[in-house]
Ligand binder design. Structure first.
Ligand code: FE2
Length: 155
């Protein structure tokens, strides 16, 4: 675990004078680090590997999962992120977070996430977040998502 992950996991132990800064900038750093790694110009297509199976078991199908993930991204009012996480019970779950909050702050392991801040999509999509959410699947790097999914079981 990186030091930024450790701090976000236990924000209350970070001195109050710097807590908001750590939360916003540490969270932003961690979120975007994950984001750049789970995307690839040669990504997209159907999920592969173990995560494909787990998605089917949990959500019924990739299509169902994608629909629920996009809805959760659309539901986040204002700026934030939508995530596939593993909860402490070991199950996959879709959550969204405000601003630069990371699911690790709630004891959830982030497997993949999409940035739904307007800065992520306005150049190409203006205010059409739904179109961005739909097209984003064309760049998902399933190899890295699988790596994170496996790591999340050992966390
Ligand atoms: Fe961003």
């Amino acid at each position: 675990m990186s030091s930024v992950e450790a701090m976000l996991r236990d924000l209350n132990s970070v001195p109050e004078t710097i807590r908001a800064t750590v939360r916003n900038n540490g969270g932003g750093h961690l979120n975007h680090t994950i984001f750049w790694q789970i995307m690839s110009p040669t990504g997209g297509g159907q999920p592969t590997g173990e995560i494909a199976q787990e998605i089917n078991q949990t959500f019924g199908s990739f299509e169902q999962f994608r629909k629920q993930f996009n809805e959760a991204g659309g539901d986040r009012f204002g700026s934030g992120w939508v995530w596939l996480v593993r909860n402490p019970q070991g199950q996959l779950q879709i959550v969204n977070t405000a601003n630069q909050d990371n699911p690790i702050m709630d004891g959830l392991y982030p497997i993949m996430g999409n940035d739904v801040w307007e800065h992520a999509y306005y150049l190409r999509y203006q205010n059409r977040r739904a179109d961005y959410l739909n097209n984003w699947w064309n760049v998902v790097n399933w190899n890295e998502v699988n790596r994170r999914a496996i790591a999340s079981r050992q966390a």
